[in-house]
Design a protein around this ligand. Sequence first.
Ligand code: URA
Length: 233
Amino acid sequence: MRLDKFVCDALGVTRREATQLLRSGDVTVNEVKKKSGSFQVTDDCVVEWQDRVLKRIGPRYIMLHKPEGFVCSHEDGHNQTAFVLLDEVKMADLHFAGRLDVDTTGLLLITDDGQWSHRITSPKHKCEKTYRVWLDDAIQPDYAQKLAEGVELRNEREPTKPAVMEIVDESQNELLLTITEGKYHQVKRMFAALGNKVERLHRERIGKIVLDESLDLGEYRYLTQEEVESIWN
Ligand code: URA
């Protein structure tokens, strides 16, 4: 990678600012002053700026326990974006790997790696997402079979892909639903198609990545290497 790009990523500055920093002579590579932005930084290079070792920012992989009341887009006038819950630099590089509705809680993945998030969101890869669902009305005996066969959603040409339903607590109308798609309001629309209504929705799992129980609502942590790589398997 070019040295000016490396400095941009490490310090969160623009290309022009990086060029100025290089010109000022404060950047060294393996203890040798480097002023040219085109210098190629390799894995064995130690890049320092004012005696501080620089590490490139990213790629970043974050798990956030999303609370209610935050949107997975830009602020909408009523609600803040879930991005305000992150204390990160270079926020503009980050995006959500699969959105949640404003009133849905749970596992939200955030990254600056477009290929990685594509693997999660592209229907082609059939990445499983598990939701804990509380319904308004009783769970009917035929729900599991209907969801496994696929239900017709309004304004969609094809029925939903097979989904797996598991009852958690019948008296509370509580269940787990695993789907491999991510259509707009998908879970709510699936239960609407069955004549019921989702009262509360919480995402627990994406692929093999499970929401960390030690994270309170609004808290986040970086994914482990194993969690990151699990998306490719
Ligand atoms: N399905 C929904 O209906 N809402 C969500 O937030 C996620 C999945």
